[in-house]
Design a protein around this ligand. Structure first.
Ligand code: PHB
Length: 395
C-alpha cells in the first residue's frame, strides 16, 4: 500500500515477545518498570454506553496481545466515565493530564466531549487518541500535534452516501439526526454530495440529544413521502429509531439510509426492523480480510459477543500505542519522538491497513453496506482510500 512502517503485522505469543524484549530492548526499557499510563475517557453510562464498552474491549484486546506490557513496561489503565456529557470533558481531561500525567488519553465517543478534551490537552505532554468522535474540527481547524484519531471524520462517513443515494434513484430526501455537532456535520456532508449529484433535501429534522421520542418526526416524514430518508443515530438511539421506523409502518415504503452507526452493534436489539437498512461506513462485519477474521474470533472468545466497529477503533488505538512505544523502545518521556513514530505507522486494522493523513486522521476506504440476516454486509466499495479534506488544519 505504501512504505509506512507496519504496526504488528504478526503478533508473537507473549512468552516469545517477552523473551525477545529481554534480549534486545534498549537499556532504557530494561531498567524502566514504570507503567505506561493510559487514561480512558469513554461513556460507560447513558445512550452511548454500549459504544464505550465495545471501545474499551477492543483497546484491552490489543494490549492483551502484547502480554499487557510494551517494551518491558506494564500498561496501566485509568478509566473515567464521560457519560457522553461535554460539560464533564475539561475536568476529567485535566485530572488525567495534569494530575495523573497520563502518557496517552484514549477517548471519547461523543464529538462535543472531544472538542472539550482537545482544548484541555492542547500543548500538554499527553497524547490524545480519539477512538470514535468524528467532529471534523478535531483533525481540521482544531488539529493538534498531540491529537490522533483511529476512527473517522463526520465528513468521511456521510459524504459518500449522497452520491450513492442519488445513483439508487432517490431524488428527494428527508435528513434527520440528533441536534449536535456530529449529527449536523453528517447531514451537511450528505447534503454536499447529494445536491452536487442533482438531488434535493426537502426537509432537515434535528432532534435534541439524547432524546429518543421519534413519533412526531416519523409522522411528518410519512406525510412528506420523500423517496428515502437519511439519518444519523447511534447506540440506544439507533435501536429505538429503527424499531420505531418499522412500527410506524415506514419500513418497506420509504427506504432508510444512514451513516453506518445506525446499524453498528445494534442489529440484534433492532431485530427484523434493521433488515435491508443501507449505510456507508469504513467497516463491515463481513469484510473478507484475514486480520478481520482473526480479530473477530479473538474478540468473541474474550467477550462472548460479536465485535463491532467501535471495538475495531478501540483495538486500533491499542495497536497504535503498542507500535509507537515499541518503536521508541519504551521511552514515553519524549512525546515528540512518539508523535513522529505515530505519523509514520501503518496500522494493520481489521478494516484493512491504514495510515494517517497529515492532520492525523485515517485515510480509509468507505463501503456501501446492507443489513442481511442481522449482519452489515458489503454491497460495494463506495470510495477508496478517502482522505478527509482537513479544512482549516495547519499541521
Ligand atoms: C460523535 O459524537 O462523534 C459520534 C457518536 C456516536 C457515533 C458516531 C459519532 O456512533
Amino acid at each position: 500500500m505504501n512504505n509506512k512502517k507496519k504496526a504488528f503485522q504478526s503478533v508473537l505469543p507473549a512468552t516469545v515477545a517477552a523473551c525477545l524484549i529481554s534480549m534486545s530492548s534498549s537499556a532504557y526499557a530494561a531498567d524502566n518498570s514504570d507503567p505506561i499510563k493510559v487514561g480512558v475517557m469513554l461513556p460507560f453510562s447513558g445512550v452511548y454506553a454500549g459504544l464505550g464498552e465495545s471501545t474499551r474491549n477492543g483497546l484491552k484486546q490489543a494490549l492483551k496481545e502484547q502480554g499487557n506490557t510494551i517494551a518491558g513496561r506494564p500498561v496501566e489503565f485509568i478509566e473515567m466515565d464521560t457519560e457522553a456529557k461535554p460539560a464533564r470533558a475539561p475536568e476529567i481531561t485535566s485530572s488525567l493530564v495534569d494530575n495523573q500525567h497520563a502518557d496517552f488519553v484514549v477517548g471519547p465517543v461523543h464529538s462535543g466531549v472531544a472538542m472539550g478534551m482537545i482544548k484541555s490537552i492542547k500543548g500538554k505532554d499527553s497524547i490524545m487518541i480519539i477512538p470514535n468522535a468524528g467532529a471534523n474540527a478535531a483533525t481540521g481547524a482544531f488539529c493538534q500535534p498531540n491529537v490522533f484519531r483511529t476512527s473517522f471524520s463526520s465528513w468521511q462517513t456521510a459524504f459518500p452516501m449522497g452520491k450513492e443515494a442519488y445513483d439508487m434513484g432517490y431524488k428527494k430526501i428527508v435528513t434527520m439526526s440528533w441536534n449536535y455537532g456530529f449529527g449536523k456535520e453528517s447531514l451537511a456532508a450528505f447534503n454536499e454530495s447529494f445536491t452536487a449529484a442533482g438531488g434535493e433535501v426537502v426537509k432537515k429534522m434535528l432532534v435534541p440529544f439524547p432524546k429518543t421520542e421519534f413519533q412526531s418526526y416519523l409522522t411528518e416524514i410519512a406525510s412528506i413521502k420523500p423517496d428515502a430518508v437519511f439519518v444519523f443515530f447511534a447506540g440506544g438511539g439507533a435501536v429505538k429509531f429503527v424499531k420505531d421506523y418499522d412500527a410506524m409502518g415506514l419500513k418497506g415504503k420509504i427506504p432508510l439510509l444512514g451513516s453506518g452507526f445506525l446499524t453498528e452493534g445494534t442489529t440484534k436489539a433492532q431485530g427484523p426492523a434493521s433488515e435491508g437498512v443501507i449505510t456507508t461506513l469504513h467497516y463491515a462485519d463481513t469484510l473478507d480480510i484475514e486480520k478481520n477474521t482473526s480479530f473477530r474470533q479473538q474478540y468473541e472468545a474474550l467477550y462472548g459477543k460479536p465485535a463491532d466497529l467501535f471495538a475495531v477503533q478501540g483495538y486500533d488505538a491499542g495497536q497504535l500505542i503498542a507500535a509507537a512505544v515499541t518503536a521508541t523502545e519504551g521511552n514515553t518521556s519524549d512525546k515528540a519522538a512518539l508523535i513522529k513514530q505515530m505519523e509514520q505507522l501503518e496500522i494493520d486494522s481489521p478494516r484493512g491497513a491504514f495510515h494517517f493523513s497529515k492532520a492525523h486522521n485515517p485515510i480509509q476506504t468507505i463501503y456501501l453496506r446492507k443489513v442481511v440476516n442481522g449482519q452489515n454486509t458489503v454491497i460495494k466499495t463506495a470510495l477508496e482510500n478517502l482522505e478527509d479534506p482537513a479544512r482549516g488544519c495547519k499541521l
